[in-house]
Design a protein around this ligand. Structure first.
Ligand code: 13P
Length: 248
């Protein structure tokens, strides 16, 4: 049985105070839940978030990480530094990193491999642009991102990776993929994972959908057979919206 994972990607939002306020409010609203809940604040808010969540079932994720261990890499943050704070997850290869910061599959793969080596769970983001979808290349693009993203990942480690399918055209646009289209791609992702590893492993891997997930559409999305969670941007910034999503 795959335990659903619902993660909030805060992107470049919320300072320390705002992070603390969110957590206070969110924790008050949060009851028993059957899903794993993760919040991914900015690097600068991770330490205070970690302190506040030390006795909570809510887990912490970072939004990026270096593939290097330490040294002369100005502006970078290592896996060890994240672990030191109590971070469990790390978003890698988000489309904003791919598009705005020009991160290539090879770099993303090095990060995935490093995260696993250090014991962090990568949330590997894949997804096509609108142009690619209109050109009927969505499946080809996602397959390529998966093959490159999982390069050098062993069978033992593969199921620790979460795949987030985030069609770029659905991110921050209010447009959501239809639940059927999202599930079609999630099933396709699982079929590629089966080719790369084994059927049993592909059945263990959590596949999230991301792109304009909100309280109004989360249930339909989560009801899809191959979708095991959501990676939520805008709607994870408000405790009330995010709790509704978590309690879909
Ligand atoms: P939105 O939910 O704001 O569309 O963002 C999705 C996303 O990019 C999550 O990583």
């Amino acid at each position: 049985m795959r335990v659903p994972v619902i993660a909030g990607n805060w992107k470049m939002n919320k300072n320390n105070d705002e992070t603390k306020k969110f957590i206070q409010e969110f924790e008050k609203l949060m009851g028993e839940t059957e899903v794993e809940v993760v919040i991914c604040p900015t690097f600068t808010s991770l330490a205070s978030a970690a302190q506040m969540l030390s006795n909570s079932s809510v887990k912490l994720g970072a939004q990026n990480m270096s593939w290097e261990d330490e040294g002369a890499f100005t502006g970078e943050v290592s896996a060890e530094m994240l672990l030191d704070l109590g971070v469990d997850f790390v978003i890698l290869g988000h489309s904003e990193r791919r598009q705005i910061f020009n991160e290539k599959d090879e770099i993303i793969n090095k990060k995935v491999v490093k995260a696993l080596e250090k014991g962090l769970r990568p949330i590997l983001c894949v997804g096509e642009t609108l142009e690619e979808r209109e050109d009927k290349k969505a499946f080809e693009i996602v397959k390529d991102q998966l093959i490159k993203g999982f390069d050098n990942v062993s069978k033992n480690e593969a199921s620790k990776v979460i795949v987030a399918y985030e069609p770029v055209w659905a991110i921050g646009t209010g447009k959501t993929a239809s639940p059927e289209d999202a599930n079609e791609m999630a099933s396709f992702v699982r079929s590629i994972l089966k080719e790369l590893f084994t059927e049993a492993i592909s059945e263990e891997i959590i596949i999230q959908y991301g792109g304009s997930v909100k309280p109004a559409n989360v249930e339909e999305i989560m009801n899809q057979a191959d979708i095991d969670g959501a990676l939520v941007g805008g709607a994870s910034l408000k405790p009330k919206d995010f709790i509704e999503i978590v309690n879909f």
